[in-house]
Design a protein around this ligand. Structure first.
Ligand code: UD1
Length: 419
């Protein structure tokens, strides 16, 4: 398994381009199953999770071809409605084929994702919403088996704010008979991007980006072209890294309007940030000040930025309180940060981070995607050598992370390994 070796303690300077958003690309690729014509997607990041969803779509019988940043998808030849366990277990977002398959083909068999490192993550809300639209759903041999001759519009109130749940129901509703209203919908920018792609395919959707999404079903959707939005989490990760190491960076091809919560926290930590069009310039010439964060659904502070911000607090002046409200087990990086000399204590869903003047390099193990990003940031600040093991997690969600950091002057290299 690959590892990253980082020689820490150097400021980061330079310019890098932000990639397309993983969490927008995945649902939009699944939305391709809904169309009668080909879907051309631009700005699709080269990530393991994207490769997994392409493999899944091909397994269903769709044509999916990649040409650089463009993916061409054609669902005309779909012959199977089954998403098998071996693909779903490596990427929970595979559940996003459930709504489209059911709406378009009247049938779906999708493996239950099971638990994952950051918590339980059930899909009961996806199921409840589809049942409200008239689907017959049972759990058989670990699979969600869903049937409906044609889904019917319904009013759905989800018990909690769920991003992929909202996406699944929104996609299913595009081909339903009548109007669907999703109340308590997630407001993430990736949902707005998915809605834009669906509208380009002929769907009728209002309210994406608010907590009330209204979908008026149509008979069929057609092909379209869409450009995937910029990845706000990738962008935020690089900004956090520079705020921690000091230096100056310009991000291009970013979507700053989707990043308010992160930019506010980085300013509070002492960074100077200028935004102009799709560019964000951050400079940091002092030791960061510790900040408190509480994760929340958008537009609150993203749980996917929590580990990175905690890494910043680890080397800050003062103490920061980090509260995780979305996932119950998302402090896996804390033990590893402690190995680098961080002073963090956990009580329930709260971590108290007392900043230390310096971290010292060590071997650490990545446990999930964003935890790994937090460890890389800590490694970039730490004195001496840090080795981050099991970086396949990182490859699920960051495009050429070490190359981009290298472009900013980081001493970082990928090592092949057998651990
Ligand atoms: C998505 C993102 C992920 C991000 C998360 C929260 C994608 C592909 N992934 O994940 O990167 O960390 O949003 O911003 O976009 N829940 C239930 N029942 C359900 C659905 C969710 O109990 O049916 C709970 C979850 O366990 C969790 C909370 O709701 O505690 C939010 O989860 P959700 O928004 O669904 O996360 P994902 O969509 O899986």
């Amino acid at each position: 398994m690959d590892k990253l070796r980082i020689e820490g303690g150097r400021p980061l300077c330079g310019e890098i381009a932000v990639s397309g958003a993983k969490n927008a690309a995945l649902p939009i690729l699944c939305a391709g199953l809904l169309g009668n014509g080909p879907l051309a997607l631009d700005n699709v990041p080269q990530l393991h999770d994207v490769a997994t969803v392409l493999r899944l779509l091909r397994r269903l019988g769709a044509k999916a071809e990649r040409d650089g940043e463009r993916v061409l998808l054609d669902a005309a030849g779909v012959t199977s409605v089954e998403a098998p366990y071996e693909l779903v277990k490596t990427m929970r977002a595979s559940i996003l084929v459930l709504g489209p398959l059911l709406a378009r083909f009247g049938e779906a068999r999708v493996s239950l994702p099971g638990g994952c490192a950051i918590g339980q993550r059930p899909v009961d809300q996806h199921i409840k919403g589809l049942q409200a639209m008239g689907a017959q759903i049972s759990i058989e041999h670990g699979y969600v088996v869903a049937r409906a001759s044609r889904l019917k519009g319904a009013r759905i109130v989800t018990d909690m704010v769920t991003v992929t749940g909202t996406e699944n129901l929104m996609m299913a509703a595009t081909l339903a008979d009548g109007e669907t209203v999703i109340e308590n919908a997630a407001r993430e920018p990736e949902i707005v991007d998915l809605a834009a792609a669906l509208v380009a395919m002929g769907a009728r959707i209002e309210g994406a980006g608010t907590d009330r999404v209204i979908v008026r079903g149509v008979e069929q959707l057609h092909g379209a072209t869409h450009r995937v939005m910029a990845d706000r989490i990738e962008a935020g990760t690089f900004l956090c890294a520079v705020a921690a190491t000091g230096g100056e960076v310009t991000l291009t091809r970013a979507r700053p309007a989707t990043m308010d919560a992160t930019l506010d926290k980085l300013r509070e930590a002492g960074a100077s940030i200028e935004v102009s069009g799709d560019r964000i310039r951050l400079s940091m010439s002092r030791r960061p000040r510790a900040v408190n964060v509480r994760t929340a659904p958008y537009p609150g502070f993203a749980t996917d930025m929590q580990a990175q911000l905690m890494a910043l607090d680890c080397v800050a002046e003062g103490a920061g309180v980090v509260t995780e409200t979305i996932f119950e087990n998302r402090f896996m990086h804390v033990l590893e940060l402690q190995r680098l000399g961080a002073d963090v204590s956990i009580e329930g869903n709260t971590a108290i981070v007392r900043g230390v003047p310096r971290l010292s390099g060590a071997t650490v193990m990545a446990t999930d995607l964003r935890a790994s990003a937090g460890l890389v940031i800590a490694g970039l600040v730490a004195e001496g050598e840090t080795v981050v093991e099991r970086i396949y997690h990182l490859d699920r969600g960051y495009e050429c992370m070490e190359a981009k950091l290298g472009q900013l002057g980081a001493r970082i290299e990928r090592l092949g390994g057998s651990t």
